[in-house]
Write a protein that binds this ligand. Structure first.
Ligand code: MG
Length: 413
């Protein structure tokens, strides 16, 4: 039985986000595991939770008892849940699954019942300031073999820095030219009506230029009110979206029942979820089509496996969150679940850059629109700590969450 001898947390920034990667060491020579604990916006809090609270709790314990240790970590602070503590638990949880697979000589997908598919279909992100640029951006991705593309109308390249910051993923809505009252606070201004018109024009251009052979997705990023979201989802129906992401903010999850009743556009939500009470009514009440958990934010593979099983029973599909604020270790971990769960729908993915290849070996491989795990024992991914330290974290004030409506009020990000 391998006993836990140390737990470390490494913060590295090989691309645009601070990543937190946990390493759990054991008393068996060479037997260690990696896990993703990336809450990029509050990474120092996660590192403290791991090194000052969870490490002393777990030293000397049996690394084989994943469920026991998950529950121990979850209950230990008495107040539980939330993205900081869940990410801390996730880093250790994923590392324990990695250790169990290595000890057994099996890839983690084998521990989950084996593959039900060879690879996970991915979607990638396309954006442009106008319909023509958006069509070009989508075409570039489709030509690489990816058949699912999330399409956003982004701010123009000449837009102000604050608009670009808010529109980094392309949320349109006129940006700095939107109306505002005298004395309005700085921020990235967003006009919901203009946004709806821009997106509909973009999708019209995409369907007329590219036809029906590509699956189109769109992310509202919670920026509409329930009445706007209902109308928008109905207006989108002729374009046959693969799904509409985050039409409402998590503060208004109880309004999904109205949205479901109003439209046949497939609905996806979940990247901000941290506890089962948030997704349970949506899944069991058949109010959504895709559950988009950020696996580290819910506490790692152990709760994500449970959620996938629940989705399977209710005919909801998974679409785990996977932009650059999921570390390569997190991608490897969720990919093992993607290929093993019948509930899999699609995987969000952005290709790894040179620095990520420098730090990590055994990265999942993207070929012709499918992401493949390797067949090494455990999660199949390793980290070079020295290389990771060459890319130190940054801690700027976060501006992209400061979107504002035409009356000057903050809009949910
Ligand atoms: Mg999203």
């Amino acid at each position: 039985m391998p006993r836990i001898t140390d737990i470390t947390a490494t913060v590295t920034r090989p691309a645009t986000e601070n990543l937190v990667v946990v390493r759990v060491l054991t008393d068996e020579p060479g037997l260690h595991g990696l896990g993703c604990a990336t809450f990029t916006q509050r990474y120092t809090a996660v590192v403290e939770a791991i090194t000052r609270h969870l490490r002393p709790l777990l030293l000397g314990r049996d690394a084989d008892r994943i469920t026991e240790l998950w529950r121990l970590m979850h209950f230990n602070g008495y107040w539980r849940g939330g993205p900081v503590l869940n990410n801390a638990i996730s880093g250790i949880d994923q590392a324990l699954w990695d250790i169990k697979g290595k000890a057994a000589g099996l890839p983690v997908y084998q521990l989950l019942g084996g593959k039900v598919r060879e690879a996970a279909a991915v979607y990638q992100h396309a954006a442009g300031p106008d319909p023509e640029s958006l069509v070009r951006s989508v075409r570039t991705i489709v030509e690489r073999g990816v058949r699912h593309v999330r399409c956003q109308i982004a701010a123009a390249p000449h837009a102000s820095a604050e608009t670009l910051a808010a529109n980094v993923a392309g949320y349109g809505g006129l940006g700095q030219t939107a109306r505002r009252p005298d004395g309005a606070l700085p921020g990235a201004y967003f006009d919901p009506a203009a946004y709806e018109r821009e997106v509909l024009a973009g999708l019209e251009a995409l369907r007329s230029e590219l036809g029906d052979g590509v699956e189109l997705l769109h992310d509202v990023h919670s920026r509409l009110s329930p009445d706007q979201a209902r109308r928008f989802a109905r207006d989108l129906e002729p374009y046959r979206l693969f799904f509409l992401e985050d039409p409402l903010p998590i503060e208004l999850l109880h309004r999904f029942v109205d949205l479901r009743a109003a439209t046949v556009t497939p609905l996806a939500v979940g990247e901000l979820f941290t506890q089962p009470s948030q997704w349970l009514p949506l899944v069991t009440g058949r109010q959504i089509d895709f559950l988009r958990l950020h696996v580290s934010a819910v506490g790692g593979l152990t709760p994500a496996i449970q959620a996938a099983q629940l989705c399977e029973v209710f005919g909801v599909r998974t679409a785990f969150h996977g932009p650059k604020d999921t570390s390569p270790v997190g991608h490897a971990a969720q990919l093992h679940l993607d290929v093993a769960t019948p509930a899999f729908g699609i995987q969000e993915f952005a290709p790894f850059n040179a620095a990520e290849h420098e730090i990590f070996t055994g990265l999942p491989e993207l070929r012709d629109g499918y992401l493949y795990p390797n067949d090494q024992p455990g999660l199949g991914i390793e980290m070079d700590d020295k290389a990771a330290r060459r890319y130190p974290p940054q801690n700027p004030v976060i501006r992209w969450t400061q979107a504002r409506l035409p009356d000057g009020g903050l809009n949910p990000p």
